[in-house]
Design a protein around this ligand. Structure first.
Ligand SMILES: NC(=O)c1ccc[n+]([C@@H]2O[C@H](COP(=O)([O-])OP(=O)(O)OC[C@H]3O[C@@H](n4cnc5c(N)ncnc54)[C@H](O)[C@@H]3O)[C@@H](O)[C@H]2O)c1
Length: 327
């Protein structure tokens, strides 16, 4: 494990659940190393290089802040390790491309941590959408909201050199990955974003990001992620010609609505939205053990999502906050 903060501990939980042994973790923070040692019983190191040399692992999770991912992946790929890399790949599109090129060269597994694909109701929705027997018709619009709610920001998220961006890069990168899963063979051809800055969040990156995308076939996508939203809301709505899907994260659930029929609810086995991380890590472990992967988020997916986020930023119009009287 590289990076033993919140995600590092969640990856470790996923490995344990998947029957993989977490041998060690690296993090410059003594507090993070202590929490990791207590949670896992594994060894910990202040230096990633020293850990990799001493432990010789088969695979590595990169859950450091984005600025460190390129160095971490470079080290891991040089050693031929399987890599599960957190998103965003890097603070800049250029550094993300360097990671993608490293991943293209390695014969080992490289997975990007687009865990939202593994939320049970999301996976169910993607299967139902693709089911020809259901005949839902073309996707007309998609609405995705990833508002984290009033949880404390990581200090590094306010620092552009470390994070690369605000909620568009941190959260909407998951959203654009989902859009690609929904609009298979229908590329995004147009994007526009509005970003609002707020000194309570950062003077360097946006506090709120809103985006509109349009696909070649004419699907319109509305995206929202606001660091200052007063309540947590993760939701996905897909309007098709003959059906609509509503997906929620907390608790995980999905409903399929069709005219003249009773709504159909997705079967879900857990109320824990973080089970998506266990499922994603389990998929990585299977792939690293040689089971042919299906639906594993690859470097190509990471690169496509990075380019869409890049497009959103390049098309973005910034406006100052707070808007007077609620805007
Ligand atoms: N996939 C998801 O759903 C999801 C959700 C949240 C965060 N993330 C991503 O996970 C990564 C980590 O985020 P987090 O929320 O765990 O942050 P965090 O701040 O909780 O943890 C980051 C840890 O990395 C350590 N660190 C800093 N520099 C390091 C280095 N050079 N080498 C090793 N460790 C280093 C810090 O000391 C800290 O303990 C980020 O890329 C973030 O965007 C992904």
């Amino acid at each position: 494990m590289i990076g033993l903060g919140r995600m590092g501990l969640l990856h470790a939980r996923g490995y344990a659940a998947a029957g993989a042994e977490v041998v060690a973790g690296a993090d410059p923070s003594p507090a993070a190393r202590a929490a990791f040692a207590e949670a896992t019983g594994a060894r910990s190191y202040p230096s990633t290089a020293a850990m990799l040399e001493a432990e010789g692992p088969a695979a590595v999770s990169v859950a450091s802040p984005p600025f460190a991912h390129l160095d971490d992946v470079r080290r891991a790929v040089a050693l031929g390790l399987h890599v599960l890399c957190e998103k965003p790949l890097a603070p800049s599109t250029a550094a993300a491309l360097e990671i993608v090129e490293l991943a293209r060269q390695t014969p080992s597994v490289f997975m990007v941590a687009f865990f939202n694909r593994f939320l049970e109701p999301v996976a169910w929705t993607l299967r139902r959408l693709a089911d020809p027997a259901l005949d839902v018709g073309a996707v007309r619009s998609i609405d995705i909201c990833f508002n984290p709610g009033p949880q404390p920001q990581r200090p590094w998220q306010a620092d552009r050199a470390v994070s690369g961006g605000g909620p568009i890069l941190n959260n909407l990168i998951h959203a654009v990955d989902l859009v690609r899963q929904i609009c298979v063979d229908d590329p995004v051809v147009d994007a526009v974003a509005y970003t609002r800055t707020d000194p309570r969040v950062s003077r360097e990156v946006e506090a709120d990001g809103y985006g509109l995308l349009r696909t070649a076939a004419g699907t319109v996508v509305r995206l929202e992620s606001c660091a200052l939203a007063a309540r947590r809301r993760f939701s996905l709505r897909i309007e098709c010609e003959r059906a609509a899907f509503d997906v929620s994260w907390n608790p995980p659930g999905a409903t399929l609505s069709r005219p003249g029929r009773q709504p159909e609810a997705a079967p879900v086995s857990t109320t824990d939205p973080l089970a998506r991380i266990d499922a994603g890590v389990a998929a990585f472990v299977s792939a690293a053990c040689g089971v042919p992967p299906t639906g594993l988020p690859t470097h190509d997916d990471a690169w496509a999502a990075t380019q869409l986020v890049d497009l959103l930023y390049r098309s973005s119009v910034a406006f100052p906050a707070p808007l007077p009287h609620g805007g």
